[in-house]
Structures are given as C-alpha cells and as structure tokens.
Design a protein around this ligand. Structure first.
Ligand SMILES: Cc1cc2nc3c(=O)[nH]c(=O)nc-3n(C[C@H](O)[C@H](O)[C@H](O)COP(=O)(O)OP(=O)(O)OC[C@H]3O[C@@H](n4cnc5c(N)ncnc54)[C@H](O)[C@@H]3O)c2cc1C
Length: 296
C-alpha cells in the first residue's frame, strides 16, 4: 500500500486525478477500522492531514463553510450557536478521542445510514463542496446519498467543505442507542425549525438504506402550521397535528432488522423522536417554560 502525502489542496486533487482509486484518509476513524479488519486493502491511501485549510471554518452571513476535516469537538466548542443541530449530533458521536479525530467530511465519505452528522445536515440544509482538477461543484445534501454507504462523489473528487445554512430557529437531534456513549445509532432523528421561511426540515438516520428526510411529515406540518397561523401566534401545536407528524415520520422509514434493532422498533422509535423533538423545538420557539399539548 502506497501512502500519498500531498502538502496542499492542489497536490491532493492532482494525486486523486492520477490515482482515482486512492482512498482519502482524514481522521482515519472509519478508514483504519476497515484496514485493520482487512475489509479493505487499497493500493493507495491519500492522507489529507497536511492540508490545514480542511480543518478551518468560516461563518458567513447565511452559511457556515465547514472544512471537511473540522473535528466534531471543534463543532461542539465553537459552532454551537450557528449549527446547534450538528453540535448536538456531534456530542453523541463515540468518545472524546474519536470526536477529536473524526469529522463531517469522513462521515459523508463513508455515507453510512447510521452516521450521526447526516440527520442534522439534512434538517439544517446544506451543500457539499466537491472538487477535482476538473472544477468545483456544490452537491445539495438531498442528492448526496445515493445508496447504502454510497455517495454522489466522482472517483476523482474530494470533499473540500460543507456549506451549512446557519440556524435561524431551534434545532434538535435525538438518537436511540443501547447506551449513552460509544454507540452507533439504532436510529436517529434531526429537526430544524426555519422561521424565516416558515418551514420545518427533518433528517432520519439508520432507518432506511440512506439517511433521508421525512418529506411527507414536513409537508404536512408546514401546511398545518401555516393554516393555523402558528408561526405568528406561537400557539401550542395541537395534539392531532403532532400525532400525524409523528406517524408520517415513522412511515417515511424503510428499515431493516439487524443486530442493533428490529425494523418495527426503529419505525416506532422514529415516531417517538419526531414527536419529542418537535415538542422541544416548538417550546423553545414560542418561549421557555411551556409544553407541547399532548406530548408525553
Ligand atoms: C470506536 C468508534 C466509534 C464510532 N462511533 C461513531 C458514532 O457514534 N457516530 C458516527 O457517526 N460515527 C461513528 N464512528 C465512525 C467515524 O468516527 C465517523 O464516521 C467519522 O465522521 C469519520 O471521520 P474521519 O475523519 O475519521 O474519516 P476517515 O476514516 O478518515 O474517512 C472516512 C471515509 O471518508 C472518506 N473521506 C475522508 N475525508 C474525505 C474528503 N475530504 N473527501 C472525500 N472523501 C473523504 C475516506 O476515504 C473514507 O471513505 C465511530 C468510529 C469508531 C472507530
């Protein structure tokens, strides 16, 4: 196995163009596991660790441009206000050691349906900045996940950054696992309220072949909130609306039975998480100290 160590982004792109099968390595928390277990023996590893800009971020007017290798611990420490959903999701990743090494670029590279960044990215709305020697393109997050552990990157492309919409309202992330740390999600749910556009977006993890949005649930809720004037009057969302939102979120799942949980349990748990996270975010939106009617 050859180890390619580009000193700049341009060198990395050139190396990837010359060796399209080269496997990029950032934090290595997925790549090294695969190599150690002999699941993968790439001809070339492309080490991105000398490229400092991949670990930097910029906070703009409307978006955060998050370098592909910014570790989860930095998102938690520095971007909690701008990216609250992703910061909460980062908290649930593995252990401090893994959070210091792993980042969103690696999560996207692996594109596991159980990756914790995905529901938060889907709910917040973002674009993946992919680049090759041929040029740069922004891939909408909805088009990024193409199959089980598959993504929309071309063989010569690398992820440079992720452009994530800054929060304009409350966001939440909920994850079911067998314990509170060092656990891959049985299933997960992200939600983001976008009062500026009067929309709610969602993301579901580990309950379908790819990370997905609960689009029907979103459409239903967005129409119900609009019709009831909820964004203006800040009233408690009625139990019937909450129930239907949760049922539609549950119905969006297409899970499997596996060692972590059954399909039936995952569907059920996603409905519960949808109801709870809607309750938490809406309560935050309308003011502290109030609770969502009917939500237990
Ligand atoms: C003990 C343990 C616990 C874990 N727990 C969790 C957990 O709770 N939640 C969770 O979501 N994940 C978990 N993971 C998985 C892993 O930590 C995450 O997926 C992490 O985000 C990977 O980031 P990384 O930088 O280490 O990626 P790497 O391992 O370096 O790379 C991962 C993949 O992305 C590709 N890649 C990396 N950077 C780029 C780039 N710039 N452009 C294109 N492709 C790129 C690589 O080629 C590879 O295919 C765990 C891993 C371990 C070892």
């Amino acid at each position: 196995m050859d180890f390619l160590r580009p000193a700049s982004w341009e060198e990395a792109l050139a190396a990837k163009a010359e060796h399209p099968t080269a496997v990029p390595i950032a934090g290595g928390t997925d790549v090294m596991v695969e190599i150690n277990f002999d699941h993968r023996r790439p001809e070339y590893l492309l080490d991105l660790n000398r490229i400092g800009e991949l670990s930097e971020w910029e906070v703009g007017q409307e978006k955060v441009r998050l370098g592909a290798s910014v570790p989860y611990s930095s998102i938690m420490d520095h971007l909690r206000a701008e990216l609250p959903g992703l910061a909460l999701a980062s908290h649930t990743v593995a252990s401090p050691q893994i959070r210091n090494r792993g980042g969103v670029g690696g999560n996207l590279g692996t594109a596991s349906p159980a990756g914790d960044a995905h529901p938060a990215l889907l709910a917040a709305d973002c674009e993946v900045e992919a680049e090759s020697v041929r040029g740069t393109r922004l891939i909408p997050i909805d088009a990024f996940y193409t199959g089980v552990k598959r993504n929309a990157l071309e063989p010569d492309e690398l992820i440079r950054a992720v452009h994530i919409k800054k929060a304009d309202g409350p966001q939440q992330y909920s994850k079911v696992g067998t314990r509170n740390a060092m656990v891959i999600a049985v299933c997960a749910f992200g939600i983001a309220l976008h009062p500026e556009t009067r929309t709610v977006r969602t993301g579901i993890g580990s309950a379908a072949p790819t990370p997905i949005r609960a689009k029907e649930a979103e459409d239903f809720l967005n129409a119900a909130l609009e019709e009831g004037g909820f964004w203006e009057n800040g009233k408690i969302i009625t139990p019937a609306i909450v129930k239907q939102f949760a049922a539609l979120a549950s119905g969006a799942c297409n899970p499997i039975d596996d060692v972590r949980g059954t399909a039936k349990y995952r569907r059920h748990a996603v409905g519960i998480m949808a109801r709870r996270t809607l309750g938490w975010t809406w309560e935050q939106y309308r003011g502290a100290g109030r609770t969502l009617e009917g939500a237990a």
